[in-house]
Design a protein around this ligand. Sequence first.
Ligand SMILES: CC(C)(COP(=O)(O)OP(=O)(O)OC[C@H]1O[C@@H](n2cnc3c(N)ncnc32)[C@H](O)[C@@H]1O)[C@@H](O)C(=O)NCCC(=O)NCCS
Ligand SMILES: Nc1ncnc2c1ncn2[C@@H]1O[C@H](COP(=O)(O)OP(=O)(O)OP(=O)(O)O)[C@@H](O)[C@H]1O
Length: 200
Amino acid sequence: MLKVGLTGGIGSGKSAVAARLAERGAVVIDADRIAREVVEPGTPALSEIVAEFGEAVLTPEGKLDRPRLGDIVFADADRLAALNAIVHPRVGRRSQELMAAADPDAVVVYDVPLLVENGLVGMYDVVVVVDVPARTQVERLAATRGMSEEQARARIDAQATREERRAAADVVVNNSGTVADLDTRVAELWADLERRAVRD
Ligand SMILES: CC(C)(COP(=O)(O)OP(=O)(O)OC[C@H]1O[C@@H](n2cnc3c(N)ncnc32)[C@H](O)[C@@H]1O)[C@@H](O)C(=O)NCCC(=O)NCCS
Ligand SMILES: Nc1ncnc2c1ncn2[C@@H]1O[C@H](COP(=O)(O)OP(=O)(O)OP(=O)(O)O)[C@@H](O)[C@H]1O
């Protein structure tokens, strides 16, 4: 098994890269998706979040009101740390379970935004960083998720810097160009990962 940690800042294009790697045969484990699953209604994590942040972070249907909680935690580092302490250990455990269950011959890609922030670099054979300037992150988050510049900047500021991420990278995928350019970059990346998988 080749274990690949795939990371990048919010809106950098990690999921776009992960989807293209999955098409080529990689097993992709998506930390954002697991982070959603562990806070579904009825979970202990959701109860802990309500105890910490109050009923105001629930929708009338009893689900987590994600935009509301996002506005709270990305404006206050202490509150974000409190949320992370509830969610991250559960995401870590679940992702390890999925990794352990994957085909031993697979290229397994863990798509995780906070790989550098959470000190996970040493757990992977290869660390791939999807890299764009902050301005591009802001533009794409506005275009695709309707985020204001302020909301986008608050999230970017809660993450590692571009330099910190690049310093941790074995491979940097530049996603400043078009989607067609990204297809080419991912074809090169896949060839590189396959070479590494054979060597391992
Ligand atoms: C605050 C929440 C409710 C906002 O939900 P929302 O649906 O708006 O965003 P979503 O979860 O899709 O995340 C989008 C992106 O935001 C960034 N982000 C999310 N959580 C964090 C965090 N704790 N610190 C820094 N950036 C984060 C990532 O780049 C992520 O890809 C949610 O992000 C959350 O529960 N975060 C804590 C768990 C976490 O760290 N998840 C990231 C993967 S483990
Ligand atoms: N080269 C590109 N040109 C234009 N748009 C792009 C490009 N690459 C990705 N996008 C778009 O930008 C948005 C953000 O990309 P994506 O969701 O893959 O980022 P991400 O890094 O996974 O973000 P998050 O951290 O929020 O999960 C998506 O809507 C995606 O389709």
